[in-house]
Design a protein around this ligand. Sequence first.
Ligand code: SAH
Length: 223
Amino acid sequence: MTGGPEDPFASEELAERKMRFLFALRSRGVTDARVLTAMEKVDRGLFVRGIFADRAYEDMPLPIACGQTISQPSVVGLMTQALQVSARDTVLEVGTGSGYQAAILAQLARRVYTVDRYRRLVREAADLFRQLDITNITTITADGSHGLPEQGPFDRILVTAAAEDPPGPLLEQLKPGGIMVLPVGQSDAVQSLIKVTRSSRGFDYEELRPVRFVPLVEGLGSE
Ligand code: SAH
């Protein structure tokens, strides 16, 4: 029997796969109902190509084009949860990668700006957003460590590549009351996920958990 869209076995399998995916997220601490609903809606399978596509529903990072990675779903969930996005927010994501994280943010925010230093990744993600009819994401090829001074300031900023310290321009482009979540660390091996909250008095820093991200690299990529 072939598994077309009409095939009841295929849809039963799909429902079970989705249930396992959501269960794994919950058991790793993703408990925010809005975040779980957003992650239920966005099919990670569309953002992973080639030989790794059949592992898209497992809780692990996977390789994507340009030598980059799509983050582990539970880490995507925990970062999104820590960002406390509301429906009125304008969000900047640095590090589009596959576009998966941006597609989830787009379910929760008013508008998402996502930037990557690889033209190819930005183009492929933009194609997917069109295909999925997601219209509130603006994709830009740029060095995101400078932020987007013309589009900012932002209510929320999410960085999905690790810098040694929070980049100054990103701190500047965070609105008062705004939140930024980002991995920081001196090396590939030792990084922490940090939550920065901007108040009228300055910036508060909270360390959330150890993580491992690709580095934030200066300048544009070659592809
Ligand atoms: N959020 C992505 C995963 C990102 S992987 C997803 O959901 O799939 C990290 C990404 O950050 C890579 O695509 C890398 O090209 C990008 N990156 C690294 N340094 C950058 C910089 N200075 N500006 C913009 N993007 C950068």
